[in-house]
Design a protein around this ligand. Structure first.
Ligand code: NOJ
Length: 548
């Protein structure tokens, strides 16, 4: 395994790595059935190595009925046939390592699928049986149990409880699901669940994976009294104290393997103190930085978010991460092209007026900003192509459970999941292999080839060329990646900071509406768009300079 990651010795690669999120269903389709798979990913490892990232996070690849695009797992120790086989996954891990790429799998511990063997056994068993204790089964309220056991709501909409039926059709107990009804929640108070997940971790570490992204990491532990939430929706299950014990156990498993196996939490928590508790030295290594992703395109808001992030992480000695997008949110080219550039309105902004060329310009600058900040950085597939969110998917092609569960009011997250355009020709812009006719699982817009990777690869002004140049520079500059940041004085609406080192790097980002002179420097390393005038930075652009 080669040395990878900026600013850190190999076992601590996660402190400064650039990590690429592969949304497997939409990355590359090797089999020609319209769904991305392991063969497709394997065939594009060269592209990813050339892009200059150090690790891949691959979204769930386990057997699944795909009620939530694979986040409903039927078997944590195998691969869904639509993606390939376990042998292919093992080969892929080895091939990625040979290409200098670490591999991160996506583990879903809060819930499984209704097709998971434990849940099927629980459904078949009597109320009160041991196997039902692995989940949250409860009798309903009301004279004949026709009301859910409490008032908790599913994150996708509707009640968080579904009633079971006995084989003869009579209604039985209810079970808890914070997400879709096809995703029953595990009972993490049960030691059997804890043992099982530590064993699953070992299963994948034994196969050489370098890290685990932990889905919905802060909601595993429930208030065991199952009292009503009474207007405070997340409180009975979000960030309950017992969770830290779970992750201490996981950390001990990770630490028992050589080579630096990283635990990465998907933790959406507004309270910085509570967030940092997950990153104590005996818990998770890093977590996604969602407050930054939610921040508006505004100098004050970004600076505040950066300072808060660095402060929170410094308390526990953990590296920060920087994320602009993932498969759950609106692509940044679209978000930054709107009047409200924050993520405060989420999917409710669907269809709002969007200036894509402004959004693209800002996304280019944001890429340089995130890659210059201390810690690790994530690239979501398609960020590097500048893909916009697709917001005109026909109603009958929408797959996201949000759509149905919200009574067709929330179009959900499919707009960020449309299969990638790889080339200018071919039936699905190169997403499927030549000669196949299967339609991609989500429709690509008619002009999708406009963003194809092959054309961008040879265009020095493309988003792909910007990403490749910046990632290469980031990997080569010892001052970038993990390490300290020093703010520099800057005019109103401009952010400027130094990454000290020998040599050091200076990053400057102009969020004002007028060109600003570059600060004193000893050379230009990267620019998000051409400079104007004699060394002036245009609005909505960023530059990396050699620190004098
Ligand atoms: C977070 C994942 O990123 C999202 O796609 C999924 O729907 C939920 N967790 C539930 O697993």
């Amino acid at each position: 395994m080669p040395e990878t990651g900026s600013g850190g010795s190999a076992p601590e690669w996660w402190r400064g790595a650039a990590i690429y999120e592969v949304y497997l269903r939409s990355f590359a389709d090797g089999s020609g059935d319209g769904v991305g798979d392991l063969a497709g990913l394997r065939s594009r490892l060269g592209y990813l190595a050339e892009l200059g990232v150090q690790a891949l996070w691959v979204t769930p690849w386990f057997p699944s009925p795909m009620a939530d695009a694979g986040y409903d797992v039927a078997d944590y120790r195998d691969i869904d046939p639509v993606f390939g086989t376990l042998a292919e996954a093992e080969d892929l891990i080895a091939a990625a390592h040979r290409a200098g790429l670490r591999m991160i799998v996506d583990l879903v511990p809060n819930h499984c699928s209704v097709e998971h063997a434990w849940f099927r056994a629980a459904l078949a068993a009597e109320p009160g049986s041991a196997v039902r204790e692995l989940f949250w089964f409860r009798p309903g309220r009301g004279p004949s149990g026709e009301e859910p056991p409490n008032d908790w709501q599913s994150i996708f909409g509707g009640p968080a409880w579904t009633r079971t039926k006995s084989p003869d059709g009579t209604p039985g107990e209810w079970y808890l699901h914070l997400f879709a009804p096809e995703q029953p929640d595990f009972n993490w108070a049960n030691p059997g669940v804890r043992e099982e997940f530590e064993s699953i971790l070992r299963f994948w570490f034994d196969r050489g994976v370098d890290g685990v992204r932990i889905d919905s990491a802060a909601v595993l532990i429930k208030d065991g009294t199952l009292a009503d939430a009474a207007g405070d929706p997340g409180s009975p299950y979000t960030d309950r104290d017992g969770i830290h014990d779970v992750y201490r156990g996981w950390r001990a498993v990770a630490d028992s393997y050589p080579g630096g196996r990283a635990l990465i939490g998907e933790i959406w928590l507004p309270d910085p103190e509570r967030f940092s508790a997950y990153l104590r030295p005996d818990e998770l290594h890093t977590a996604f930085n969602f407050p930054f992703l939610e921040s508006a395109w505004d100098a004050g808001a970004l600076r505040e978010s950066i300072d808060a992030t660095l402060d929170v992480h410094a308390r526990v000695g953990a590296p920060a991460t920087w994320v602009l997008c993932n498969h759950d949110v609106t692509r940044q080219v679209t978000r930054y092209g709107r009047a409200d550039t924050s993520w405060s309105l989420g999917h409710r902004q669907h269809g709002a007026p969007t200036d894509l060329s402004l959004g693209t310009r800002r996304s280019r600058a944001a890429a340089l900003l995130t890659m210059a900040l201390p810690g690790g950085v994530y690239v979501y597939q398609g960020d590097e192509l500048g893909l916009p969110n697709v917001e005109d998917i026909p109603d009958d092609r929408i797959q996201d459970p949000f759509w149905v569960r919200s009574g067709h009011t929330n179009r959900g997250r499919d707009g960020a999941r449309v299969p990638l355009p790889w080339s200018a020709d071919g039936p699905s812009a190169g997403f499927g292999p030549a000669g196949t006719t299967a339609e991609p699982w989500l429709p690509q817009p008619a002009d999708w080839v406009r963003w194809n990777a092959a054309a961008q690869r040879v265009d020095p002004a493309s988003m792909l060329s910007l990403y490749r140049g910046a990632l290469a520079c980031r990997a080569a500059e010892p001052a970038l990646g993990d390490g300290p940041l020093r703010w520099l004085p800057a005019p109103e609406g401009v952010l400027a900071f130094a990454r000290d080192g020998a040599p050091g790097v200076l990053c400057v980002l102009n969020l004002s509406d007028r060109p600003v002179p570059l600060p004193g420097h000893a050379g230009v390393l990267q620019v998000s768009d051409p400079l104007v005038g004699p060394g002036e930075l245009a609005p909505d652009t960023a530059a990396w300079l050699r620190l004098p």
